[in-house]
Design a binder for this molecule. Sequence first.
Ligand code: C2E
Ligand code: CA
Ligand code: CA
Length: 593
Amino acid sequence: MSSLSISIASLLTFLPLSLALGFFLGQLFKSYRNRSKRMTLRLMSEVFDHTHDGVTITDATGTIVSVNRTFTQVTGYSEKEVLGENPRILNSGYHDQDFYKEYWQALINKGIWQGEIWNRRKDGEVYLEWLTCKAVKDNKGKLTHFVAIFSDITEHRRQEARLAQATENDRLTGLPNTANLLRKLTKNLPSLQRQWCVLLVDINNFKLVNSSYGFSVGDQLLNNIAKRLQKCCSQGLVARHSADVFILAVPVINSSEAEQLAEISSLRKCLSKPFSILGRLMEFNISIGVTIWDDASLTTSSVLQEAELALHAAKSKGAGQTRFFTEDLRSEKNPLAYLQGLREALSKNELSLFYQPLITAATGKTHALEVLLRWIHPTLGTIPPDDFIPLAERHGLMEPLGHWILQQALKQFAKWQQEGIAPPRIAVNVSPVEFQSEHFVGNVLKALANYQVDPSCLELELTEGVFVEQDPTTLEKLNELSKSGISLAIDDFGTGYSSLAYLKHLPVNQLKIDRAFVKGLPENEADRAIIESTLALCRGLKMSVVAEGVESIEQANYLRQEGCDYLQGYFYGRPADKEQTSLRLKKQKQPLV
Ligand code: C2E
Ligand code: CA
Ligand code: CA
């Protein structure tokens, strides 16, 4: 500890930089003031030796004067081996001179450097550290030491990479998925000043291949189609959109229809040659929906929607057709026909809320109820939210609708609380459009106060798109909600755009794994890998995890064993109206089945 006789006060003011040491600091400060210096030094030594972060202290010339136990565990060097050495012995060779120049400039000018750095262990293995290095000065302001605190984040980064790989690519064909392709386009669009022709290519009657020849033939065919598409679209991007639909993005110089038609006819030609699968020659027709992305202000979801509307129109013309998107597709014959009805649905009392339980995996008890909107149409029957929420979003109805949903949900929850049957939480879905409103946070807090529901009982489910929004007010809003005690959950995780590396900086409490990754459990190896990586990462980030779409006992058992916190799905209960839910809640002290 003698080497630590550098200004303890300076060191103490530095230590809060390491979160892991936060708790001990309070104790140390108290002890520094109140107890003898010897006691403080002893405590200091305990912290130094037992923190999970590595610590390196050098003198002003950069010579190592002290390291702690974690340093030895991470680097493989004993204290004896490094005392008197320069931290350069850990140099990985991965960073150039500019990197170290910036590092030293920050230390000298600002007194601190923080960031990721690759270093090398004694056994030669390179590892990634999150490092905070601080220059320490004495009472007269003279530089005396540098203190570096680091944690080994290599495994964390590997898990993230595995997860990103698994969630960004289609497992069957290895092609990127749609989100991945659209992200690449968003990056390219403004910088290249390009226009993109976005095509959805549907393999007509593909289901017949599966039902006639079996899934393995179907899979091989999809694989071959994917390869051929990549070959004939070498200038563009290809992704798998859904089971038998591929999405292509082809750069075009100008949006002349002749140019696009030439693209399309070469695409058709390329796919028209028969495929040979297990000795069988197979041919099929394709339908194509096309839209042009030439406006950087258009969102990826609206471009996709245009291509979908075009494909829908192409298919309804019969097999083998191509259709370009035109505004009139948003007319009577498509889902937009509902729009007028939707406007009136609220006043006509046709909208209602259903509730689906989220079960605590360890106890089988209901932890929360997720609120799911339904439109009970007088002639069309129950219309699922996926059909009409996008409409409401596009036509300015989502904000009032979302407000109504929240009010109704909290009113019902308060009632269940008064009856003594409410679970701990109510989870409400929030559309990104609703979230964008400047009144959103105020409205939520007002509604909670209005129905006297404690903010800690409310969980807001936001899709990944909200979190990656670059708008600076997004973070402010998230922080405001979080500080008020409301929980925030990322919905449909794995289907969108986010990386956990980014999410970890946000005040998110919970992550909901999309049911697409639960479907194949426990047999599907790729799904297992995704679930296990996500769980491991969330544990590290202190986020709880909900698995959606649990439909079987095998899935439930597997997820429970893996340490998933909450389970939701038909196995535990389908969404039900408030009367049925009241009955369930009354009945249960047991899991809902
Ligand atoms: P979501 O938030 O992912 O909701 C879960 C969806 O999965 C629900 O569909 C639910 O019925 C369904 N589901 C639950 N368990 C299972 C299962 O075991 N298997 C299968 N196959 N499906 C299961 P739903 O109610 O049709 O809602 C669809 C989407 O519409 C929701 O997806 C959510 O994004 C949106 N939505 C629903 N209600 C609201 C709302 O009040 N506000 C907003 N903004 N969006 C809502
Ligand atoms: Ca949800
Ligand atoms: Ca979901």
